[in-house]
Design a protein around this ligand. Structure first.
Ligand code: F3S
Ligand code: F3S
Length: 106
């Protein structure tokens, strides 16, 4: 199981969640951040600190945000499991669904 990041993060990228994650499994793309589904330990620390409420436990994702489960998981298809976001740094690009979104309200 995992937590995921959804639409409200796009073009906002507050990054408060990154400071809370004890296993450094929240990775930065161009337009949003993504939680690694296998590195996440389901601690829940990230969820309450996001000011735009973009983070959900995978069983609690609202229907309108459901595609963001795949967005988070598939973002790592080619990246694999780096074992830490800080040492990797920002990752160029986004999941295709996110890359195709119009600019989001700031
Ligand atoms: Fe995004 Fe919220 Fe984290 S805006 S970067 S999910 S604190
Ligand atoms: Fe990290 Fe815990 Fe969230 S492991 S991604 S802070 S649920």
């Amino acid at each position: 199981m995992t937590y995921i990041i959804s639409l409200p993060c796009v073009d906002i990228k507050d990054r408060a969640c990154v400071e809370e994650c004890p296993v450094d499994c929240i990775y930065e793309g161009d337009r949003m951040l993504y939680i690694h589904p296998e590195e996440c330990v389901d601690c829940g620390a990230c969820e309450p600190v996001c000011p735009v409420e973009a983070i959900y436990y995978e069983d609690d994702v609202p229907a309108e945000e459901a595609q963001f489960y795949d967005v988070n998981v598939q973002f790592f298809d080619e990246i694999g499991s780096p074992g830490g976001a800080a040492k990797l740094g920002p990752i160029p690009g986004d999941h295709p669904i996110v890359a195709a979104l119009p600019p989001q309200e700031q």
